[in-house]
Design a protein around this ligand. Sequence first.
Ligand code: HMG
Ligand code: MG
Length: 307
Amino acid sequence: MRTMSMPSSIRITDVGPRDGLQNEPTPVSSEVKIAFINQLQRSGVAEVEVTGFVHPEWVPQLADADDVFSRIDRVPGVVRSALVPNEAGWDRAQAMDVDKIAVFTAASEQFTHKNINCTIEESLDRFAPVVRAASIAGKAVRGYVSCAVACPYAGPVDPAAVVDVVVRLLDLGVDEIDLGDTIGVATPHDIERLLVACAPHVSPAEVTLHLHDTGHAALACALHAMQLGVRSFDTSCGGLGGCPYAPGASGNLATEDLVRCCEMLGVDTGVAMPAVREASAWIEGALGRPPVSRTGATWTQLSSEQG
Ligand code: HMG
Ligand code: MG
């Protein structure tokens, strides 16, 4: 694959309210979530993944999904999306008039079983009527492939296994492929191998990358991916995140870390750093701990020096 120069712009989806808060041991009230989501919607990100219409017993932290979605602002130009695992989730999402849904499966049988209680094949069968209904309703559909690099239960994942799932999702008619490094262990080399394997079916320019940052290489992976043509990234404000069914996985690549790096490189993200800082301070205040992002650490340092 040819290495390209840095893009002039990228698209950011902040998944913090969903991926970030689904894994928090501290309960977060619906009011705090709503304020957080509204701040993110005004930060300049293209999309906010608001919540998941998943089973409340499987992810109790998102049990208020319907209430939260019904009360957030509609900010012109910002896509408000949510996870949908099956038809029951689609019914809930449709009632909330979501702009876009995300179906989610994985390239690992073990993870799929733990996360959504079925095989990969069964998950795709469940998605078929959901994708059809969403298309009729004029809603865009993202298709996540988790464990695109490694599985918390089965170890390294062969890119060929990812390609199989990507092809099946494209056949179902999803509009976007999102490759998830669920446990945050990818290296730039892994990302390149993955993009090369997927390229005959979906070009890097059509892929979204969803990087967790357990190995502290998510930023390096994102920069390398940009050079390989990827233009769309999931991040989370404050570096929140983690999947309750991926033990040991840390948060997503922090929005502020990617934005700051892009600012240094002249890559436009559309995101206003002061707004991300404010949203990060808000949610970390509610959670009672400092941000885990690198940029957040400099904010904390600067405020303590000034204070
Ligand atoms: P199940 O128990 O196998 O579901 O769960 P079921 O189809 O057997 O139904 C059992 C009952 O649940 C039924 O009710 C259904 O109506 C109800 P009953 O008849 O017994 O009264 N039900 C629902 N209720 C509300 N909303 C629904 C729903 N579906 C069924 N959507 C299920 C299967 C998929 C629902 C469950 O396993 C689940 O909700 N899993 C979600 C797990 C999750 O959210 N994980 C985190 C997100 S994935 C992630 O973080 C990775 C990602 O970030 C990318 C990356 O990092 O790689 C996206
Ligand atoms: Mg994730």
